[in-house]
Ligand binder design. Sequence first.
Ligand SMILES: [Zn+2]
Length: 66
Amino acid sequence: MLCPICDKKFEATSPTAAMPFCSERCRTIDLSRWLGERYSLPRLPDPEDEELPPEVVGDTAPRAGP
Ligand SMILES: [Zn+2]
C-alpha cells in the first residue's frame, strides 16, 4: 500500500488501527490536519465581524455609548 501522508510504500501484512496509513504516526498527522482545517474554518475573517474583537475592546475601556 501507499501511505497517503508520507507517500511511503509499506506492506499491509496485518490490518492495524493505523490503516490506511503506514503507521500510527501518519494516522495522527492526517487526523490533526483534518481537525486543523475544521478548527480553522470558524476563525476565518467574517464579513459581518468587521468590528473590533470583544477582547480588544474590553481590554481598553468598557463599551460606553457616545
Ligand atoms: Zn506514512
